[in-house]
Design a protein around this ligand. Structure first.
Ligand SMILES: C[S@@+](CC[C@H](N)C(=O)[O-])C[C@H]1O[C@@H](n2cnc3c(N)ncnc32)[C@H](O)[C@@H]1O
Length: 301
């Protein structure tokens, strides 16, 4: 039987007693020093407790955004919420660090919240815009009477001069036939390149959206990001041992990616159930090597 994808009131009542964190509490991982807090990202006294004096080399944020057909009032509240967590995040970043944020652009609602969020970012001039990345989902909405909506947006900003390492996909280069003379030799572009594969650039077409049959699937999570996308960001914008900050843990994708790539993760979620799922996901990976549950219930022993 498939685990229900929605956390309704009855389910929440059953799962909450199984969660080890209460609001305000922080779990510290003894093995690698990761931290998971049941905290509110908009409250600096809570967010700063997660890091103590440490500062992050990379902030990778995936706030809730899939509010269908945003109303004006909701949009104002959303921008207020965003302003608060961004200001908190900035105070917890190193002087040379990277800031990524995933966003939606609802074509049924003026492409919000993306445009107003971009305007909001002008209030933080220390964050310089670097890239506007689109991840192409495999499945979308609005298929019959409109262009199917397949995109997820990812904005990359830098604070100071952060580390950046070019990434490559698994897709081989196919463009051939232009040459350049290097020394005495006439070399084709494929012979000159640093990799036989193409770079993802700012349109990522090679990553699989998470659905229930995938090993990395985390039941109850409704907004899980592909592990490969988070790992790509970590490899581009952090080094082993760096501290990575994620205010919106949900299924614990950043936590797991940090574990796999030997970064340290400081993450939080307002909801004790998502804090518990994040911690259980890390523990399951350590004991089985599995990145998720592939549709099985994470709360069954
Ligand atoms: C879009 S999901 C993050 C998905 C995550 N990147 C993943 O791959 O699983 C957003 C999460 O933010 C949490 N959240 C919402 N408001 C919050 C707040 N003020 N502070 C901390 N977490 C919050 C929600 O409970 C939800 O789990």
């Amino acid at each position: 039987m498939r685990v229900p994808s929605k956390l309704d009131a009855g389910l929440r009542k059953r799962l909450l007693p199984l969660c080890r964190l209460q609001p305000g509490e922080i779990w510290t991982d003894k093995a690698q020093g990761h931290r998971v807090g049941c905290l509110d990202a908009t409250d600096f006294s809570q967010a700063s407790r997660l890091l103590g004096k440490a500062r992050a080399a990379l902030a990778l944020q995936d706030p809730p955004y899939n509010v269908a057909a945003l109303q004006i009032r909701e949009l104002e509240d959303y921008i207020k919420f965003s302003r608060a967590w961004i200001a908190n995040c900035l105070k917890l970043m190193k002087p040379d660090s990277a800031f990524y944020v995933w966003l939606g652009a609802d074509q049924r609602a003026g492409f919000q919240p993306l445009p107003d969020f971009m305007f909001l970012m002008r209030e933080f001039p220390e964050l310089k815009s670097r890239s506007f990345i689109t991840l192409r989902n495999q499945r979308g909405y609005g298929t019959q009477k409109n262009w199917m909506s397949l995109r997820q947006e990812l904005l990359y900003y830098s604070l100071g001069k952060p580390f950046f390492k070019v990434q490559y996909t698994d897709i081989p280069k196919i463009l051939r036939g232009y040459y350049k003379k290097v020394g005495n030799k006439r070399l084709e572009n494929l012979e000159r390149g640093k990799s036989p594969n193409i770079r993802p650039g700012n349109v990522w077409v090679d990553l699989q959206q998470v659905f229930h049959l995938l090993h990395e699937n985390v039941p109850y999570a409704y907004a899980q990001k592909p592990l490969a996308a988070i790992e790509r960001i970590l490899q581009a914008s952090s080094k082993p041992g760096d501290l990575v900050l994620d205010f919106f843990s949900h299924s614990g994708t950043t936590l797991l990616a940090c574990e796999r790539l030997e970064r340290r993760c400081a993450t939080m979620d307002l909801d004790p159930i998502f804090c518990e799922l994040s911690i259980r996901r890390l523990e399951r990976f350590r004991s089985t090597g599995e990145p998720g549950w592939q549709g099985q219930d994470p709360f069954l022993k």
